[in-house]
Ligand binder design. Structure first.
Ligand SMILES: Cc1cc2nc3c(=O)[nH]c(=O)nc-3n(C[C@H](O)[C@H](O)[C@H](O)COP(=O)(O)O)c2cc1C
Length: 459
C-alpha cells in the first residue's frame, strides 16, 4: 500500500457509490469526532473507511518525525478517556524517550464499569479508526506490536476488530514497510474474561502475559516498564479513536474544542430514568442539565429527577443543585464526583441512594483482585455496613465508622479499584445526608426500596 493506491481506492469507490449521509439521530448539541463514522459507514468495509479518508492520518504521520507526532498530540491537550484524564501526549513522550528494542501499544477495551457502553459502540461502529490510531501511536513511540484487550462479552466488537485487522493486513496497511517506509506494525486481539480489575492497566498487562489479573505496584509506570517489561503505552478506546482527527486537523484545531483544561469531545453513555438513553458525543463543558433535559429528552413520564450517578461504581452522586455544573475532568471533582470514563445514570424518586451505592460496593467487593488487604477486606466490610443501613440495623455511630473505614480503604489500597471504591460513599454522605438520617434514625426508606420497618412515604 502507498499513498497513490490509497487515493485511487478512495476515488474509485466514490465515483460509483452514493455520498455518505449523516445519521438522523445525531442531536444538535453533538459534535462527532470519535463517532465521525458511526452509523455512517459499514464498519465491516475497509473500502468505505478508506473512502471517508481512512488511513490518510497514518500516511500523514509517517511523513512526520516521531517527535512531531507526539508534539501534535501534546498540543491537542488530549487527556485519556479511560477515567483518570492523564495527558496522552505526555504518556507518549515518556514511552518515546525510553530506549528499547521492543515497545508495545495497548488499546484498553475492557469497559467493565456498570452503566458504560461507549467503547463498545466506538469499536463496533468504526473498528478501523482504532486500528489506525494504534498504528499512529506505535509509530510515535517506536513500537512494532499492539494489543487490543477486549472483554469477551463484546463478541461483535471483537469480531469486527478481527475482520478489520485481517482486511488491513490483506491490503498491506498493517504489516511490514507500511506506506513504503521502514515502519512495521502488527495488532493482536486478547479477550478479557469479564473481570473489572483487568481494565486496570497493570492487571491488564498481567492478563495479556497469561497470568492472573492482579495489579502491580506503580512506579514503575507502564511507559517505562510495561508489558513483558518493555516500555508500553496503554490508552483507552476513545483516546485512541481521537488520534486520527488530531493528526489530520492538528492539535491546535482540537484544543479549541471543549474547555481549556479538558479539550475535545467526550462520548457519554446515558442510562436510567431519562426518556432517551444511549450514547452521544458532545464537546467537553456541557452542563448536566443539558444532558438530561435536552439530549436525554427529560425525565420519563412519572419520574422526577433525584440524582445523577457519574463515573460508575467508583464515581459519585449529584443532586438537583448540581444540574448546572459542567461536565469535564475537573468540574465534577469539586462536588465529590468525577466524569470518569463517561457513564451517567439518572435516578428518580423511586431510587434509594444508599441502596444504589450498596450495589456499587457489592460490585467492587466482588471484583477486587484480592492482592491487597485494604481492598480485599475493606470493600466487603463497607458493603456489609451499607447493607446494615438499608436494613435499619445501624446507629449514627456506625455512620462515623463507615466514613472512617472508607478513608482507610481509599488511602491504603494498592490500585485505583480500592482507592476509588469508597468515593460514592463520600459523595452520598455529602449530598444525601438526610437520606442516611432517615434510614438510620427514623428507619425509613422514602424511595420504598429498602426493607425497613416503615416504607414508602416515610412517617
Ligand atoms: C479497576 C479499574 C478498571 C479500569 N477499567 C478501565 C477500562 O475498562 N478501560 C480503560 O480504558 N481504562 C480503565 N481503567 C483505567 C486504566 O487503568 C488506565 O488508566 C487507562 O486505560 C489509560 O488510558 P487513557 O490514558 O487513555 O485513559 C481502569 C482502572 C481501574 C482502577
Amino acid at each position: 500500500m502507498n499513498q497513490k493506491i490509497l487515493d485511487q481506492m478512495k476515488n474509485n469507490f466514490l465515483k460509483t457509490n452514493p455520498i455518505f449521509t449523516t445519521p438522523k439521530n445525531v442531536h444538535p448539541l453533538e459534535q462527532r469526532i470519535v463517532l465521525k463514522n458511526y452509523q455512517v459507514i459499514d464498519p465491516e468495509s475497509i473500502i468505505e473507511y478508506i473512502a471517508k479518508d481512512g488511513y490518510q492520518s497514518i500516511s500523514k504521520a509517517l511523513k512526520m518525525t516521531q517527535e512531531d507526532v507526539v508534539n501534535e498530540v501534546i498540543k491537542s491537550k488530549l487527556r485519556g478517556r479511560g477515567g483518570v484524564g492523564f495527558p496522552t501526549g505526555l504518556k507518549w513522550k515518556f514511552a518515546l524517550e525510553y530506549e528499547s528494542d521492543e515497545k508495545y501499544v495497548i488499546c484498553n477495551a475492557d469497559e467493565g464499569e456498570p452503566g458504560t457502553f461507549m467503547d463498545r459502540h466506538i469499536l463496533e461502529g468504526d473498528p478501523h479508526n482504532n486500528i489506525e490510531g494504534m498504528m499512529i501511536a506505535g509509530y510515535a513511540i517506536g513500537a512494532t506490536k499492539g494489543y487490543i484487550y477486549v472483554r469477551a462479552e463484546y463478541p461483535l466488537a471483537a469480531a469486527r476488530l478481527q475482520k478489520a485487522i485481517y482486511d488491513a493486513k490483506e491490503l498491506g496497511i498493517l504489516g511490514n514497510n507500511i506506506f513504503d517506509t521502514n515502519f512495521n506494525f502488527n495488532i493482536e486481539i486478547r479477550l478479557g474474561a469479564g473481570a473489572f480489575i483487568c481494565g486496570e492497566e497493570t492487571a491488564l498487562m498481567e492478563s495479556i502475559e497469561g497470568k492472573r489479573g492482579l495489579s502491580r505496584n506503580k512506579p514503575p509506570f507502564p511507559a517505562q516498564i510495561g508489558l513483558f517489561e518493555e516500555p508500553t503505552i496503554i490508552n483507552n478506546v476513545e483516546t485512541i479513536a481521537s488520534i486520527t482527527s488530531i493528526i489530520t486537523n492538528g492539535g491546535e484545531w482540537y484544543k479549541k474544542i471543549g474547555t481549556e483544561k479538558s479539550t475535545g469531545t467526550k462520548v457519554f453513555s446515558l442510562s436510567g430514568k431519562t426518556k432517551n438513553n444511549g450514547i452521544f458525543e458532545i464537546p467537553m463543558g456541557i452542563s448536566l442539565r443539558e444532558v438530561i433535559y435536552n439530549i436525554g429528552g427529560g425525565m420519563k413520564e412519572g419520574s422526577t429527577f433525584k440524582a445523577a450517578f457519574t463515573g460508575g461504581p467508583s464515581g459519585g452522586v449529584l443532586d438537583e443543585t448540581h444540574l448546572d455544573v459542567i461536565i469535564d475532568f475537573d468540574s465534577l471533582v469539586k462536588y465529590s464526583s468525577i466524569m470518569g470514563s463517561g457513564g451517567i445514570i439518572i435516578a428518580d424518586q423511586n431510587n434509594c441512594i444508599i441502596d444504589t451505592i450498596k450495589h456499587f460496593m457489592e460490585f467492587n467487593a466482588d471484583e477486587s483482585c484480592g492482592k491487597c488487604t485494604p481492598c480485599r477486606e475493606g470493600t466487603t466490610i463497607l458493603y456489609n455496613m451499607l447493607d446494615d443501613i438499608t436494613k435499619g440495623k445501624s446507629s449514627m455511630e456506625d455512620l462515623e465508622k463507615l466514613k472512617h473505614l472508607a478513608h482507610v480503604v481509599s488511602s491504603t489500597s494498592l490500585c485505583g479499584l480500592g482507592q476509588a471504591a469508597p468515593d460514592p460513599i463520600f459523595s452520598a454522605i455529602r449530598h444525601f445526608y438526610d437520606e442516611f438520617v432517615d434510614h438510620i434514625k427514623h428507619k425509613v426508606c422514602k424511595a420504598g426500596v429498602c426493607d425497613m420497618p416503615v416504607t414508602k412515604g416515610g412517617e
